[in-house]
Ligand binder design. Structure first.
Ligand SMILES: [Zn+2]
Length: 70
């Protein structure tokens, strides 16, 4: 079952909820203030870390090869 991260717009509480796939479109109430004014957070931490390490490796290998060409 996938984990979803939510944030409450009323009190700012961040919470995680395990949802069935059929329930993934439902908005859960905040566990703290019970408001339904919550929004799903996009979890893109993993892809962001991979992208930054890839670009760092590409830029370092780009320098010497460009110098040899000219
Ligand atoms: Zn709340």
């Amino acid at each position: 079952m996938p984990f979803y991260e939510y944030r409450c717009n009323e009190c700012g509480e961040a919470f995680e909820k395990m949802m069935r796939f059929s329930e993934s479109d439902r908005i859960p109430a905040c566990p703290k203030c019970e408001s339904q004014n919550t929004q799903k957070k996009l979890s893109k931490v993993a892809s962001f870390g991979t992208a930054s390490s890839d670009s760092a490796g590409a830029s370092s290998s780009c320098g010497p090869s460009r110098g040899g060409f000219s």
